[in-house]
Design a protein around this ligand. Structure first.
Ligand code: MRU
Length: 336
């Protein structure tokens, strides 16, 4: 299935194989990984060849569908083992666990391998629809905004469709062609520089790249009128786990009286947890901070702290946009 953004295919099911655009190679090269085994999908997730919360859910679902087609043991056993493997890849994105719960439930209820492939595709298509709805609702919030600041990548390389925060940006830009974007490069792995700038350039949406430590000065100078971010997991009280740096942007936005919006599908919202203290934050390899792309920028063995995500209190978020609607503090009801 083709994502709805200038032909970007972050993931596709192709005759019994899962084809993944290797995001670690972007923006230099467009290389596709062809996975025939769930272990290959799990490895692609672990090394961030595929990433972004909604897309992780879609990849996990296709991974289970791959495993279901195997021949060793029974289908239910293969599906349970695949789900266990995929659950252990990355801990923070709710969508990954949400999709696995759905797939296992269907298998336990007697689904065939073909049913599970159809279920994965349904998850993929529903995410694309959720992105469209988020885009439309979110574009309303961006009325009158000339320039928006964003972090990480929340577009077609992170979802099954046009994106969440990037979906809002795309829909707002489509309305009158005037919206501009400032993208934080998003250290340590540069999803903003490598992926968001790649998507926005392809779309012809004017975008300016900054290093993360420039965000405060950009706001002080009045260069942006809104901040939009995605989410990996949202607690019932509106606390938002997202790419490291998001919390800092929310504090800066509050100080400068700039609205701070979060966009995510309901599959990111974890109504089972009361607040963000229950969110497990992934800590990644220190080498990601000691250098980039094989070049060392710190002494070998330098002590490093490398959380991949942070938690922004719901009270710091002006509004959360889901496919069901726009919710605001104190987040009493999530609609639908
Ligand atoms: O580590 P990543 O690249 O998977 O982190 C991604 C993010 O933090 C995104 O902002 C989030 O998953 C939302 S994507 C629509």
């Amino acid at each position: 299935m083709e994502n709805e953004s200038r032909g970007i295919r972050a993931i596709a099911w192709d005759e019994g194989k899962v084809v993944i655009l290797d995001q670690t190679r972007l923006p230099s090269e467009e290389v596709y990984l062809v996975c025939t085994r769930v272990e290959e999908v799990a490895e692609a997730i672990r090394r961030l060849a595929i990433r972004g919360a909604p897309l992780l859910g879609i990849a996990a679902a296709y991974g289970v569908a791959l495993a279901a087609r195997g021949s060793d043991g029974g289908l239910r056993g293969r599906v349970r083992a695949a789900a266990e493997l995929l659950r252990a890849t990355r801990p923070t994105a709710r969508n990954l666990f949400w999709a696995l719960e759905l797939m296992v439930e269907r298998a336990e209820a007697g689904a065939t391998a073909e049913d599970l492939r159809a279920e994965a595709r349904r998850i993929h298509e529903e995410d694309a629809a959720a992105c469209r709805a988020i885009g439309e609702r979110g574009a309303e919030l961006l009325r009158g905004v000339e320039c928006v600041l964003t972090i990480c990548n929340t577009g077609s390389l992170a979802t099954g469709g046009i994106g969440t925060a990037l979906g809002m940006i795309r829909a707002a830009h489509a309305r009158d062609g005037r919206l501009r974007v400032i993208a934080c490069e998003t250290r340590p792995l540069l999803q903003g520089a490598r992926l968001t700038m790649w998507e926005l350039t392809r779309d012809g949406i004017p975008a300016t790249l900054i290093t993360d430590n420039m965000a405060g000065e950009v706001m002080r100078r009045g260069m942006v009128q809104a901040v939009v971010a995605g989410a990996d997991r949202i607690a019932r009280n509106g606390d938002v786990a997202n790419k490291i740096g998001t919390y800092g942007l929310s504090v800066l936005a509050r100080h400068h009286e700039i609205p701070f919006y979060v966009a995510a599908p309901m599959s990111t919202v974890d109504l089972d947890i009361p607040d963000g203290s229950h969110i497990r934050i992934e800590e990644r390899n220190p080498e990601e901070v000691r250098g980039f792309g094989g070049a060392r920028t710190a002494p070998a063995g330098a002590a490093v702290f490398n959380p991949a995500f942070d938690v922004t209190p719901g009270s710091m978020v002006t509004a959360i946009v889901t496919e069901r609607g726009v919710v605001r503090p104190p987040y009493g009801s999530w609609g639908g």
